[in-house]
Design a protein around this ligand. Structure first.
Ligand code: PMP
Length: 381
């Protein structure tokens, strides 16, 4: 099959698999143990940490390994609330479903959560952010790029706003890593989440970057990770993460150029072959690999079924909300009608997606969807 669902997850790169196997076989001792094997594991952990930190542009001491971005997002928001004693948070209206669910839970506990709206292109409203920010805000949380549309967010501008109110700035950079240049140091953010499995690493490992000097409380108590994340370190996962970072670092600029070219080929090919193609965020700055679109008002579930039958797998919105029958909150926040939002399909490319893959996807979509769209046009006439 042609896999066009890289924003949901990526196939682990061979370097990551090899590093994981090596860690499982050679560095299985507990990095907290005082004996020789434990100290060897501790050194392997430190080496992996340095490589991940180099890729992310943060200090090794600023990096807290977690079980993934969902945990990192929880640590950021809950920690910021606890640390500041403030009881209000701001987040974009298009954050990941895990963060939205946390916000909903916090509301039930009396925390005020205000959503910063986006425009029809999915771009964050800085004017609204400016009017919502105040000195009762503990943290402003904005994703680096949206997982459904790929639309980029103005992180530096929001960080400046947050700083002006004494609030922390958190960036969910899960979709940026491996698909855009990324530097925690340069971002202006205090806290930043990433996940290994979006850039060729394994699932179940990620990180929260915590700016030096920010005394963020732990989510899981314990001595590991400088008292910031208890639990025996997931060394195989972390080793796989580091190998994926090394691979991405070596080819990032070329990967981005390649994905941008293939995405353009896909977008142009579909628009030329099919009537009624509408691309979300087409006028916004987007990630190089993401194409969120609808084919007229054809229901996404039907489109995905047809495409899969023809050997192309993709998704509707976030994998985390797939299976649900609700239209995407991201597209609703962009002002789409529920009918249109339920027609949205996300095609997301990887660094290893080939031109032949793209041509196969265009051919499959044309073959499977053109008859349906032609029927629709005839019915409308
Ligand atoms: N944030 C964003 C923007 C994501 O795309 C994802 C992955 N769907 C997550 C958070 C969750 O990451 P993880 O699977 O590592 O918990």
């Amino acid at each position: 099959v042609v896999y066009l669902d890289h924003n949901a997850t990526t196939r682990p790169v061979p370097e990551a698999v090899a590093a994981m196997v090596q860690a499982l076989q050679a560095s299985w001792a507990n990095p907290s143990s005082a004996h020789g094997p434990g100290q060897d594991a501790r050194r392997a952990l430190a080496a992996a940490r340095a490589r991940v930190a180099a890729f992310l542009g943060c200090g090794a001491a600023e990096l807290v390994f977690t079980s993934g971005a969902t945990e990192a997002n929880h640590m950021a928001l809950l920690g910021a609330l606890q640390m500041s004693g403030r009881e209000r948070i701001l987040m974009s209206a298009v954050e990941h479903p895990g963060s939205q669910a946390l916000a909903q839970r916090l509301r039930g506990q009396g925390v005020k959560v205000d959503l910063i709206p986006v425009d029809a292109q999915g771009r964050l409203s800085l004017a609204a952010a400016r009017s919502l920010i105040a000195d009762d805000v503990a943290v402003v949380s904005v994703m680096g790029a949206n997982n459904e549309t790929g639309v980029l967010m103005p992180v530096a501008e929001v960080a400046a706003l947050a700083r002006s109110a004494g609030a922390l700035m958190h960036v969910d950079a899960t979709q940026l890593a491996g698909k855009a240049p990324l530097s925690f140091a340069a971002s202006g953010a205090d806290l930043m989440s990433v996940s290994a499995h979006k850039l060729g690493g394994p699932k179940g490992v990620g990180a929260l970057m915590v700016r030096k000097g920010v005394a963020l409380p732990a989510l899981l108590s314990g001595r590991q990770e400088r008292n910031r994340r208890g639990g025996t370190e997931n060394l195989p996962g972390i080793a796989g993460f580091a190998a994926a970072c090394d691979r991405a670092a070596a080819t990032l600029a070329a990967d981005i150029r390649h994905m941008a070219a293939q995405r353009a080929r896909l977008e142009a090919g579909l628009a030329a072959a099919l009537p009624g193609v509408h691309v979300y965020g087409a006028e916004a700055e987007r990630l190089c690999n993401t194409l969120c679109l609808r084919f007229g008002t054809l229901d996404a579930e039907q489109v995905l079924m047809k495409l899969e039958r023809a050997g192309i797998v993709a998704s509707s919105g976030a994998a985390c909300s797939a299976g649900g029958t609700q239209p995407s909150h991201v597209l609703l926040a962009m002002g789409e009608s529920p009918l249109h939002a339920k027609a949205a399909v996300r095609l997301s490319l990887g660094f290893d997606t080939t031109a032949a893959d793209i041509d196969a996807a265009i051919a499959a979509a044309t073959q499977e969807l053109l008859p349906l769209l032609a029927d629709g046009l005839a019915a409308a006439a």
